[in-house]
Design a protein around this ligand. Structure first.
Ligand code: ZN
Ligand code: ZN
Length: 321
């Protein structure tokens, strides 16, 4: 709706400029703007009637822009830098036997993408799931009754790696996966697939728990039976994210970074360490946190809550997405 108001305002400015009777600075003054609005509304209607083709095109353009941004479900601009496609991303296996088969499924699910391959390697995360430059560490553990089933975190470094993922971690919370409700192959597949998908740069396709499943692990649901794996839209989105090539790479072991050491030393089990909540879904079940170390050095954390009735605690400062 606010886009309509913005469009309305822009059209009004365009109209007044074309008619040449209003100065730019007048728009800065709310009272003047209000007078203009009242006085000129009928003349505007006539003007737009005469120029209805332009208005029509503007509305169509806005609608296309809107649907393009809905269809896009990449996670901001974040992606791994690489010089070739398909690229291979090492996936550190820090999970125990209760997760091995699910991690294998996740690795092969995402490797089906035409632009990337995941290769499972032995984990370097240790008990606290410490990140390693150039790879994703996947870990499980009883992280406690803290509300989350799984979390995915990505790190960006400053300079030319401002939008480049330099490392990632996924944590799967056995405190919930050991309960009857979540100890099912469908829940394990959905969460493992979704959290690893986040570390590739993908966002959710849908965040409503109660609507029909889209057939992708990137879709929130109360019944994961048909949402255990990626769908074609996820693979298409990965192609969109990774079509361009970079002049440098963040997926090799040899990369260096000037990230502050503290960035690698965070215990993500508790919400208190995730940084500022920058976005929360309208129903409060999905949230995104950013821990900002300045100069493009960030840790971004996505959370999937165990219980849809769990309310995300309000952050002290809430911004836009
Ligand atoms: Zn790039
Ligand atoms: Zn998620």
């Amino acid at each position: 709706m606010k886009h309509l108001f913005a469009l309305d305002y822009l059209l009004r400015i365009a109209y007044s400029r074309v008619k040449g009777n209003v100065k730019w600075r007048d728009f800065c003054h709310p009272e003047v703007a209000e007078q203009i609005r009242k006085k000129e509304i009928s003349r505007m209607v006539k003007f737009f009637y005469r120029h209805k083709l332009i208005v029509f095109l503007a509305v169509i353009g806005l609608a296309l822009f809107q649907s393009a941004s809905w269809a896009n479900h990449s996670w901001g601009k974040y992606h791994w830098a690489r010089t070739i496609n398909p690229f291979t991303l090492k996936t550190g296996d820090n999970v125990n036997s209760s997760w091995d088969s699910y991690l294998n499924t996740t690795v092969s699910d995402w490797t089906a993408s035409s632009v990337l391959n995941l290769s499972k390697v032995s984990g370097q995360g240790g008990s606290s799931c410490t990140p390693t430059l150039g790879r994703v560490e996947v870990c499980n553990g009883s992280y406690g009754n803290n509300g989350w089933l799984g979390i995915a975190s990505i790190w960006t470094a400053g300079g030319r790696n401002r939008n480049h993922i330099v490392q990632g971690t996924v944590k799967l919370n056995d405190t919930y996966f050991n309960t009857a409700q979540y100890n099912t192959p469908a829940w394990r597949n959905l969460v493992s697939c979704q959290e690893v998908g986040h570390t590739l740069g993908l966002d959710h396709q849908d965040e409503n728990f109660n609507n029909a499943n889209l057939g992708t692990c990137m879709d929130y649901t109360n019944n994961p039976a048909s949402n255990q794996h990626p769908n074609q839209h996820d693979y298409d989105q990965l192609v969109t994210i990774y079509t361009h090539l970079d002049s440098t790479t963040t997926v090799s072991a040899g990369i260096r970074s000037k990230m502050p050491p503290a960035m690698n030393d965070i215990d993500f089990s508790s919400r208190a360490t995730w940084g500022k909540m920058v976005w929360k879904s309208p129903d409060g079940h999905v949230a995104l946190y950013v821990l900002d170390f300045g100069n493009g050095n960030k840790v971004i954390t996505r959370v999937i809550w165990a219980n849809p009735t769990f309310e995300v605690p309000e952050a002290p400062h809430r911004g836009a997405k």
